[in-house]
Design a protein around this ligand. Sequence first.
Ligand code: MN
Length: 497
Amino acid sequence: MDELKKYEVWFVTGSQGLYGPETLKQVAADSAVIASYLDKAPGISQRVVFKPILTTPDSIFELCSEANNSKVCVGLIIWMHTFSPAKMWIRGLSVLQKPFLHLHTQLNRDIPWGTIDMNFMNLNQSAHGDREFGFIGARLRLNRKIVVGHYQDPDILDRISVWLRAATAYNDMQGMKVARFGDNMREVAVTEGNKVSAQIDLGYSVYGFGVGDLVKYVNDVTDGEIKTLLDEYSSEYTMTKEVASSDTLKDAARIELGMEAFLKGGNFKAFTTCFEDLHGLKQLPGLAVQRLMVKGYGFGAEGDWKTAALVRSMKVMAIGLKGGTSFMEDYTYHLDPAETRVLGAHMLEICPSIALAKPAVEVHQLSIGGKADPARLVFKTATGPAINVSVIDLGNRFRMIVNKVEVVKCPDMPNLPVASVLWKPLPDLKRSAAAWILAGGAHHAGFSSSIDAEYMEDFAGMTGLEYVIIDEKCDLDSFKKELRWNEIFYLVSGSRI
Ligand code: MN
């Protein structure tokens, strides 16, 4: 959580000069009370910074420009305590590049029936002041989250907290570098995409490297560093003596140290590997990838840079929250009509942040890739609600598909040598899979039991990503129509709104 305290959201209040200095002083004092309450609210992990009351087009423009240039400001919370003629906001909001949340609130929760007079009404008029502000957001076609209610209402704090985490991930994504070791798995379609479009729409850049660039770092790792890391493995995981003393585990440690040095040195926040591009590495990085994910790196297999970036963003949103977040793949089905289930896993690369108990390091053969048997962490996953998320490139835009799932208890699978998750997708497998496939969702996903669909919806809104949800309410006929209508919408509006 402390990691998030370095980020700020600015609490911005609009008004106008007509009220006179005394009223504006009161407006400022009231706003400071709300900003301070939000700043101290336990569920809000970022700092909430009070900003002076804005009453002119110039001051609004300056504040929005300042927010754009701030490295720590992830967005604005905007509120009209009184009336603020919204033409004043056009210039500032037109240049604002940070997300904003429109907080439609009031200092007082209740109307003071016995004492209310005209002065009170004039001071506390967000009920119509915020509608004037809302119009200009609609007129400018700006994305924003609108949160309505008294500022101390726990539900309002939850909505703000979710949005703030999404805004922090959005901020983290701007200028983010994704390292791509090797290229795409040959002939695979969905992991491809337009990297220039991604940089324009989403803000991150994908850097391709030959595996030899990584191998150089791996070869530079010292025996002393390997020894220290092997000790760490022994304390964090269970393993047999045979595995603990194996050359395979030493090689895995060497790969992890080399990869981490490479990623740190280049300031990368996410990365991809590809089992078809391993020249010079003794084994497919399994344990290394799993451990780097738990440290906060995004990951996508088979060159899947979109999922790598997505997993990173989901991990940023989830900082300090219960549960975990991982790269994921729908692997195989249990089609018993009484309980249809999806077994999610990957060849190796599932993040131990979602593990139910202490993972085991195991070494097994990998029947793909033609390399040495790789080390990997094997574990089962805690049960409860979770989401799977995919981002695909449709040519003229990116689409985010979110499916709500329920992770359920998994029977023992003594012969399955990888980490796995068993889930029941909502509304059920038939409708979920049909909708996911209709929408073009990838076989790869970002999986999280820490965050829910609301985070992803807020995040998608900030980026201009098309967002479709498959949840308990999913109706396939409506879903098909939504996809068709969205085609027209994005043709008319362009990829961003
Ligand atoms: Mn895969």
